[in-house]
Design a protein around this ligand. Structure first.
Ligand code: GUN
Ligand code: ZN
Length: 482
């Protein structure tokens, strides 16, 4: 019965893994599309054919529905929704945050979720709004903890109950919440109340919230980002450590005539082409889609298809070790997303401890690449190399043959000794032939670190006129030739 999570590949703090709940299984990172029983724009059985392995629905809506309550109680959720994959149910907490209160108790919603055969249940947590004062955040957090404790007491340690992590935008509270949720034994942990941050494009704070929650959570916890479903932010959120997303965006946007792409959302009415490979976009012209009586449904199909494709792309990137490059690409589509990416780079030391040692490649994509953890780690490792009495640092200039020891200079890493020439990261780094100042500055940092531990070595740096002054200034004791 219990929920288990197995990590298979890692990249930055992202993982590819396997989530099991009861007899259901799904790959992670994964998306649970939100299904509302009253307005099923895409039947869940159709979603399954699009690669959807799990969905989320709202137990509160079921419990309040004349039409669906009894059916779900008798036949079970999977039968009523026509979906044999993983089904998670939310509790009604979201309704509570919108309407102020709900007329069910924690125990009632959990008992109902159990009865209808949900695979992952959510207690009646309190989604504390990000702009709430600290004292109130703490008060609400304690209520959420009491309810999680009650849930364990009534339904047992093996019940598939999730442990929501709240704490608004207070880093220490998110961390504490994560720690306590893990200590209580929850393995499936949704990070809650982040929808207002995403709606307001507060991605810098969103990155902080995820990193803080992750700091407290056990490394083996499966992390769900509640209410996140726009594909443009999947790569960033996965890099911060999220494993599961859920969203109604595919349907809500379709209702408003909006067309999702991995880099942002477009208004269908303003589009002149359909730049997508999904069956809807290949079988309609943009004019046909605009005029179609099924426009909303077709748009929902497209929106879900591109969302699922992006999830696949993120999984592939984690598996290959190219997630950083995907994050870098996606986060340039909106300045506020870019700000979230910069926040990740600022806190990369806290995140990089989850990273893997070796990847397939390192593509230089501009200044941000200099801030990748591989560069800082290389600079920490390089002083361990012992140099001979005399070396040539080859930084683009002539190569006199009299040197026995030659170090290739490869910014932003800096010196690459012969024995590291085939090794990740410097050995697998692809950099542009024309260097920029920022990367050379980092390369010089690496060379300085190496020369500091080899003070007796006589150094000759061979470079071009463009970089001569930079090397002379950084290494006044070295000979610089051009
Ligand atoms: N949906 C979006 N955010 C939340 C949250 O914080 N808690 C619950 N239960 N559902 C949510
Ligand atoms: Zn499409």
């Amino acid at each position: 019965m219990a929920v288990t999570f197995e990590v298979i590949h890692k990249d930055i703090a992202g993982r590819v893994g396997k989530l099991k709940a009861g007899d259901k299984m799904m790959k992670t990172p994964g998306l649970l599309p939100v299904v509302n029983p009253h307005l099923q724009i895409i039947p869940p059985a159709e979603m399954k054919k699009m690669g959807v392995e799990g969905i989320i629905t709202n137990a509160y809506i079921f419990s309040k529905s004349k039409e669906f309550r009894e059916q779900a109680e008798i036949r079970g959720l999977h039968d009523v929704l026509g979906f044999d994959g993983l089904i998670m149910t939310d509790s009604g907490s979201f309704q509570m945050s919108v309407y102020g209160s709900v007329d069910i108790t924690n125990e009632q919603t959990l008992a109902f979720q159990k009865q209808i055969g949900s695979n992952i249940w959510v207690p009646l947590d309190i989604p504390t709004h990000p702009d709430t004062e600290r004292e109130e955040v703490i008060r609400q957090m304690e209520i959420t903890f009491d309810r999680m404790k009650e849930a364990k007491e009534i339904f047992g340690d093996d019940a598939p109950i999730s442990g929501p992590v709240q704490g608004a935008v207070f880093g220490d509270l998110r961390e504490e919440a994560g720690r306590r949720v893990s200590e209580m034994g929850f393995t499936y942990c949704p990070v809650g109340a982040v929808v207002p941050l995403m709606e307001a494009y507060r991605y810098r704070e969103l990155v902080d919230v995820i990193i803080d929650a992750k700091k407290g959570l056990a490394p083996g916890a499966c992390v769900h980002l509640f209410g996140a479903g726009h594909p443009s932010m999947f790569a960033l959120a996965v890099a911060c450590g999220c494993d599961i997303f859920d969203s109604a965006a595919y349907a809500l946007y379709a209702k408003e005539g909006r067309y999702i792409t991995p880099s942002g959302t477009l208004k269908l009415d303003e589009m002149s082409e359909l730049p997508c490979a999904c069956p809807v976009c290949r079988s309609h012209t943009v004019e046909e889609l605009k005029k179609s009586p099924d426009k909303q449904k077709l748009l929902a199909y497209h929106n879900l298809a591109v969302t699922m494709a992006e999830i696949s792309r993120v999984r592939a990137a984690v598996q290959e070790g190219t997630l950083f490059e995907l994050v870098d690409e996606r986060c340039r589509s909106h300045p506020r997303l870019y700000d979230g990416y910069r926040r990740l780079l600022e806190r990369i030391d806290e995140v990089a401890k989850f990273d893997r040692a070796s990847k397939r490649r390192f593509f230089y994509r501009g200044n941000e690449s200099c801030l990748r953890p591989e560069v800082a780690n290389y600079h920490k490792m390089i002083p361990r190399i012992t140099l001979g009495p005399e070396v040539l640092v080859s930084a683009g200039g002539p190569k006199p043959s009299r040197f026995e020891e030659v170090l290739d200079f490869k910014p932003p890493f800096g010196p690459v000794p012969y024995e590291l020439a085939e090794t990740f990261p410097a050995g697998q780094a692809e950099i542009p032939p024309t260097w920029d100042e920022y990367m050379v500055e980092f390369g010089i940092r690496g060379l300085k670190a190496l020369l500091e531990t080899n003070p007796e070595t006589k150094v000759t740096i061979s470079t071009t006129q463009k970089w001569e002054a930079a090397f002379r200034e950084a290494f006044p004791d070295a000979e610089v030739i051009v």
